[in-house]
Design a protein around this ligand. Sequence first.
Ligand code: SF4
Length: 246
Amino acid sequence: MAQGRPLPEPNRAATARANTLRVVEIFGPTLQGEGRQIGRTTMFVRLSGCDWSCSWCDSAFTWKPGSLAPVLRLTPRETLQRLRDLGPTCRSVTISGGNPTLQDCDPLVDALHAADYHVHVETQGSRAPGWLGRVDAVTVSPKGPSSGMPPDWDALEATLRAAADPDLKIVVFSDADFLFAREVHRRHPAVPCTLQAGNRVGRDRRGRLLARLRWLAGRALADPDMADVRVLPQLHVLLWGNRRGV
Ligand code: SF4
């Protein structure tokens, strides 16, 4: 076919379907509950699939056999329509997972920017696709020893280099996690860093979460090398509990 000639209708439809993303849920408006964007009003697009299997994953329904939520295949246009229906005035979207960098989000990022959305991505930092450099903010969340996942320093560095405006968020359950966070911060001192008190879905109630947050605050305050990190809870869990879709 000559270049530039419009595709026949069936081919156009096939191309559009090829651009689908595997989506587990779209929800909002809500408040971003974690990291440097905490407190911001946003919509969430949660994608399926993860290349890691953290022991305390709070979104195992995106990847874990036996816990999987139904998956929708949505084009960027269909995703935009659902965002508009749910939050007509909200102009911020967080693409999360699972690990959203396993899928080609380029067309969705284009569509969101064309519709004037601020686009924020959350990933653990195992992959660095080029489109990470075209979003507005990227929260990279490497996992400490309590997750059961070994550190991948090279992948983390590549992700931070590829991301347009990265920040680090590290979940801390234990002293070993704190020391891991300290090492991450030592390696990347210029990247804004948040420590987040860990949360075991289904096991941790508010009192235990607050006790862990107090311990973490004390640990960070006593460590001069962590003077410029922030210590935070998961805001949405304090407000609404361990529920999906908030
Ligand atoms: Fe869950 Fe994130 Fe770990 Fe994947 S990287 S298993 S989504 S906590």
